[in-house]
Ligand binder design. Structure first.
Ligand SMILES: Cc1ncc(COP(=O)(O)O)c(C=O)c1O
Length: 416
């Protein structure tokens, strides 16, 4: 017998005006929500597979790549991270992780779970790792994979990745980049970097919901992955010979089978998350419709305006300013202010979410995001004005109006 009340819990009705100014998720574009309500088709329906091919073409443009294998992994961003790492690394391989924050630590942990030997080239949180150090470590260690995070939202730093492909090739390695937090908000020029596998999520600068992860894979990486191909018994045909190498340690995240599914073969791997494919498609249409350059500039201006406003309030911005992400800003919690209490006030009194932080930064900084549709003047100014008022109610008095004025001045200078 169920002890649920007769009216259950009522229709889902979350507050639809909450402004998500944390480090992700950001507010979902209404066009994306509408796309998600389109009819669900079977995963082999030609009209659906045409949509999948469109998604591949759209994300080649978003990732600035010619990679044939540009597709989606069902699951949140870390699904694609795991798929990339588990499909490349076999037990005993070495992965070199470029690490300076929580998501570098996540790459290390996933590497360990793949039973790889994990080597690290690291910098303190709030800094980036110089590419010369990555080159030196790769040359010395000669890893199977070099794994990096582009924008680490835990620290708000953007790791420069120019030359990554050359470093990887010179040391006989493949490279992987987690661009979850930057794709659609900062340049992620996959082919110009020469990166082999790059993945992301919809919920940050792409303006979609969490639940599907765009990924792009170079031919070099695809060759490595296909060399480990073991087709699931129930779907293997007579010509599907298993490779001699150990199978990829996950069935769901086996990129060889996922690639077969996204190829003309349309192998039956999983049941595609149709509504999320529609969401991803609409996100890319919005991003490309705006234009990548224009969109990056919009994020850059919003980020600069947020920083100007924060500093005008007498608060201090966290981390190496020269390498800060466009779309996320760490703010030291001033002495005497309770960080959680301020965030609660922002949410309850102003309907604005800002982020907390993790690990060594827990309780020390707030993280404010300016992502996707929220990277706009009025959202930045509303957030700053609310923060000024909320801070005053928490006992910290900033110069009245200075934050909004400083942010608006950035917009004036940038031409609106
Ligand atoms: C840089 C980075 N990588 C990975 C993730 C994990 O993403 P998800 O929670 O979608 O799995 C996040 C989420 O905040 C992130 O910022």
């Amino acid at each position: 017998m169920s002890d649920l009340p007769p009216d259950f819990f009522g229709e889902i009705d979350p507050p639809d005006r909450r402004l998500l100014m944390g480090p992700g998720p950001s507010n979902v574009h209404p066009r994306v929500l509408r796309a998600m309500s389109a009819a669900v088709l079977g995963q082999f329906d030609p009209e659906f597979t045409t949509t999948m091919n469109e998604v591949m073409a759209l994300y080649r443009a978003v990732f600035e790549t010619k990679n044939r294998w540009t597709m989606m992994i069902d699951g949140t961003s870390r699904a694609a991270i795991e798929a990339a790492m588990v499909s490349v690394l076999e037990p005993g391989d070495t992965v070199l992780v470029v690490s300076s924050g929580r998501f570098g630590l996540l790459l290390q942990e996933i590497g360990q779970r793949c039973q790889a030997k994990v080597e690290i080239v690291e910098a303190p949180w709030g800094e980036i790792v110089a590419m010369e150090r990555v080159a030196e470590a790769a040359k010395r260690i000669r890893p199977r994979l070099i794994a990096c995070v582009h924008g680490d939202t835990s620290t708000t730093m953007a790791q420069p990745l120019e030359g990554l492909g050359v470093i990887a090739r010179d040391s006989g390695a493949l490279s992987y980049v987690d661009a979850t937090a930057t794709l659609g908000g900062m340049p992620v020029p996959v082919d110009a970097w020469g990166a082999d596998i790059v993945s992301a999520g919809l919920q940050k600068c792409l303006g979609g919901p969490p639940g599907i992860a765009p990924i792009t894979i170079s031919d070099r990486a695809a060759e490595r992955i296909y060399a480990r191909r073991h087709v699931e018994k129930g779907i293997a045909g007579a010509t599907d010979k298993a490779s001699n190498s150990p199978p990829i340690a996950s069935n769901y995240f086996d990129l060889a089978m996922v690639m077969d599914y996204w190829s003309e073969k349309r192998f039956n791997h999983h049941t595609e998350a149709a509504s999320m494919i529609y969401a991803a498609r609409e996100c890319a249409r919005i991003v490309l419709g705006e234009g990548l350059e224009k969109r990056f500039r919009r994020h850059q201006t919003a980020g600069a305006a947020m920083v100007a406003g924060i500093e005008a309030m007498g608060l201090k911005v966290y981390g190496d300013r020269a390498n800060k992400m466009f779309n996320a800003c760490g703010v030291f919690i001033p002495q005497g202010v309770n960080g959680d209490s301020l965030r609660k006030r922002m949410r309850e009194e102003f309907e604005i979410e800002i982020g907390t932080s993790f690990g060594p930064l827990a309780g020390k900084i707030w993280r404010i995001g300016t992502m996707a549709g929220n990277a706009r003047r009025h959202h930045v100014v509303h957030t700053l004005m609310a923060m000024e008022a909320a801070l005053r109610r928490e006992g910290f008095t900033a110069p009245a109006g200075a934050a909004a004025d400083a942010a608006l001045a950035v917009y004036d200078k940038a031409g609106g």
